[in-house]
Design a protein around this ligand. Structure first.
Ligand SMILES: [Zn+2]
Length: 303
């Protein structure tokens, strides 16, 4: 993709020069995270569960370790500014792709008579405070509906290419657009709907709602690609869409479970299969039309 020279978002905070102490080991980090889980509101809980699943399946952290520290809590983190955040290409890239998302969604909302309120984005390294606790880079990028903020440690992109073979700047743009997709879902009320079902339905049913939400975020990332390509001059380049689809494919639940050496258990899926993730992204890209993205009203086996 071509990205240089466009507007850069002012809704991005770069915290990479900050260091979090008071939770010296990664184990304490996990402890804080789970301590946070105990106190968290419903929406935050969902995100922490997603984070824990990523920790277990993607980064192969022993669930025992996570549980062991669930009750131990941790000392309050101290944040200190140890250096200037590097004013580097990564920041320029993330601010630009964030602005692209803001401009695309503002136009889509406007066409529907609505006003789009942009999310915030925090770039961090390793750990950073989130309302009530700590984000840990091992959680992968995530969106917090409670404060409408995307958290991303750019090291995840290295992991994406080394562990999952998903390379290229458009694979990265897909990751950002997926998280912005969660913000769009929050604005449209889908996140609230899923949140309200928690505790009312079985865990298996709840996982299915999570899959619906995640596939819709993939669809919305595709919708972004569709419109960005029309809104900005020379946005997509040859191979970009397949980069995004390969990335969506690489992080499907079945592929992740297999590569972690585990049995594929469809009832435990929270994001959808590789095939589904790539297909919903592609549908969003081809149609560019929210009408086609209602992953909640079609039968689960039709997803
Ligand atoms: Zn997601």
């Amino acid at each position: 993709m071509k990205w240089k020279g466009r507007r850069r978002s002012s809704h991005v905070e770069d915290r990479r020069g900050q260091q979090v102490t008071g939770s010296s080991s990664s184990r304490a980090g996990a402890g804080l995270l789970l301590g946070l889980f105990m106190r968290a509101g419903g929406k935050t809980k969902i995100l922490i569960v997603v984070g824990a699943l990523v920790a277990i399946f993607v980064f192969k952290i022993n669930p025992q370790t996570l549980l062991q520290f669930a009750s131990s809590g941790g000392s309050a983190p101290q944040v200190s500014q140890v250096s200037e955040a590097p004013n580097d290409e990564m920041r320029a890239y993330l601010e630009t792709i964030k602005a692209d998302n803001e401009d695309v969604w503002a136009k889509i909302f406007q066409a529907d008579g609505k006003v789009y309120k942009p999310s915030k984005m925090v770039i961090y390294h390793d750990k950073t405070p989130i309302p009530g606790g700590l984000a840990d880079s091992r959680m992968g990028p995530f969106y917090m509906p409670a404060n409408e903020t995307i958290y991303i440690d750019p090291h995840f992109f290295n992991e994406l290419s080394s562990k999952f073979g998903a390379q290229g700047d458009f694979a990265q743009a897909y990751v950002v657009a997926h998280e912005v997709g969660h913000h769009v879902q929050n604005l449209l009320g889908y996140s609230d709907y899923v949140h309200q079902q928690r505790g009312k339905v079985s865990e298996v049913e709840y996982n299915k709602l999570s899959v619906r939400l995640e596939l819709q975020a993939d669809f919305l990332a595709g919708v972004f690609a569709h419109h960005a390509d029309r809104q900005f001059k020379e946005f997509l380049e040859q191979g970009d869409i397949s980069e995004a689809m390969q990335c969506a494919h690489a992080i499907g639940d079945d592929t992740l479970q297999k590569s972690a050496g585990n049995k594929v258990v469809p009832d435990s899926f929270t994001h959808g299969t590789s095939e589904q993730r790539a297909r919903w992204f592609e549908l969003g890209y081809k149609t560019g039309d929210l009408e086609y993205g209602d992953t909640f009203s079609i039968g689960y086996s039709q997803l």
